[in-house]
Design a protein around this ligand. Structure first.
Ligand code: HEM
Length: 414
């Protein structure tokens, strides 16, 4: 007989901070479950996992995004009232705007820009005793991302802007002063982009059709109006900020080439393998832990009774490591993607489901271009040694990253 599995007793908000990426897995996967009830932020929350759980999470008849994301995340990481919180027709209209930026030409251009910046950066690194890859990537991707999006960025402002982006990306979950810094970083960044949006509209800043800055400035909503300048700025940030965050996957990919030395040669040798490797980095390493939604109505599923407006979390990291989906999930094995069927609910590091109807990340293609350009450059053209350092990362700490950020020395171009 089936009975709904749940945590009895106190709120588990502290538990999710302590167990991090393992919080939901520990509850769902041990018992081969797709749904498990717990208490978070003072609410009865349903954890969803497995392909079936992901499919339910992306069922628009049952789930919505409005009111799901906690305010402390919207005020730092995402921005208020942006696409992440939208539903229905206005959502689908806004989503087409994001998807329209991802043409094959735009993606090729991103690959080229990324490769060029790696080339320039490594010339600079050759002259340095050592560099921290994660930190270097934050500034490099800031430049790459702004160039791709059509955002002007002066050399002398790169560091200041990149520091703000790092605060938005990493500071959102923290408590106390760092959280406040993260909020201020968002406010500064929104103001910066708002001014640029107005400049584009007033013809003071030239922008190319098809770039993010142009399309955000010129987009019209379903009523035929331009987006409010602050809203357009928030959506432009929704392109540039996550592009900078690809620095995490690059750092983890560098770690993979170190932990599994045979990988580097394979990555250098084959473009197919390069793609499998990038996919396996996205699957294997921890990045986004969970995503929230709310139920639209009351319904029963797998013997569990969902109430209307209930908080629901999909176990993103857990699905990428679910033994029901992946053979030997704890083994780093890019080959698994050679015959992958491209399921909508299995590989979900950037969300799942349908790009147009669901909130699945429209930046998956651009992420892959940046990763391919970066890993190919590292594997083919960069010699380096690693000084003594702590390469470990913890699944209990969200967001995760190798402790010392991947320090490299004796860098030589080849
Ligand atoms: C949405 C992850 C890179 C733009 C998302 C979601 C996740 C995600 C988990 C939410 C999916 C959902 O709610 O169902 C990531 C990760 C990235 C990445 C881990 C690697 C750094 C990018 C890039 C871009 C981007 C490079 C832009 C070029 C967006 C946007 C949304 C989104 C605009 C909101 C989509 C919507 O609400 O419909 N991403 N993303 N992301 N991502 Fe990414």
């Amino acid at each position: 007989s089936y009975f709904p599995a749940k945590d009895k007793g106190p709120d588990r908000s502290l538990g999710i901070l302590k167990d991090g990426y393992n919080f939901a897995r520990k509850r769902l996967q041990k018992q081969h479950l797709d749904v498990y009830e717990t208490k978070l932020l003072g609410e009865r929350a349903a954890l969803l996992g497995g392909e079936k759980g992901a499919e339910l999470f992306y069922d628009n008849d049952k789930m919505k995004r409005g009111g799901a994301m906690p305010a402390f995340i919207l005020k730092t990481l995402f921005g208020e009232n942006g696409i992440q919180t939208m539903d229905g027709n206005p959502f689908e209209h806004r989503k087409r705007l994001f998807l329209s930026l991802m043409t094959p030409e735009a993606l090729d251009r991103l690959f080229q820009i990324t490769a060029e910046y790696w080339e320039r950066a490594s010339e600079f690194w050759e002259k340095k005793r050592k560099v921290v890859l994660y930190n270097e990537m934050l500034t490099l991707l800031m430049k790459i991302s702004c160039e791709w999006a059509g955002v002007p960025l002066k050399d002398k402002e790169v560091k200041k802007r990149a520091d703000d982006f790092a605060l938005m990306i990493d500071g959102f979950g923290s408590i106390g002063p760092k959280h406040l810094q993260s909020r201020k970083a968002r406010q500064r960044s929104e103001q910066w982009f708002e001014n640029l949006i107005l400049d584009v509209r007033e013809g003071k800043l030239e922008a190319q059709e098809g770039t993010a800055i142009f399309e955000m400035a010129m987009h019209r909503d379903l009523n035929g109006n331009h987006l409010d300048a602050r809203m357009a700025a928030i959506e432009l940030l929704n392109i540039v900020r996550p592009t900078v965050a690809v620095s995490k996957f690059i750092t983890f990919g560098a770690l993979a080439m170190e932990e599994f030395p045979e990988e580097k040669e394979k990555v250098a040798a084959s473009e197919d393998y390069l793609y499998y490797f990038a996919q396996e980095v996205r699957r294997f390493y921890p990045f986004v832990p969970y995503l929230p939604a709310r139920t639209k109505k009351e319904f029963a599923w797998q013997g569990y009774n969902f109430s209307e407006g209930q908080l629901v979390l999909i176990d993103v990291y857990g699905n990428n490591h679910d033994p029901r989906i992946w053979e030997e999930p704890e083994t780093f094995n890019p080959e698994r993607f050679r015959n992958w069927n491209g399921g909508l609910f299995d590989l979900i590091p950037q969300g799942g489901g349908d790009y147009e109807k669901n909130h699945r990340c429209p930046g998956e293609w651009s992420t892959l271009e940046i990763l391919k350009a970066s890993f190919q450059y590292m594997a083919r053209h960069l010699d380096y040694k690693l000084p003594k350092q702590d390469l470990s990362y913890s699944l209990n700490k969200m967001p995760a990253l190798p402790k010392d950020g991947f320090i490299m020395k004796s860098i030589k171009k080849k």
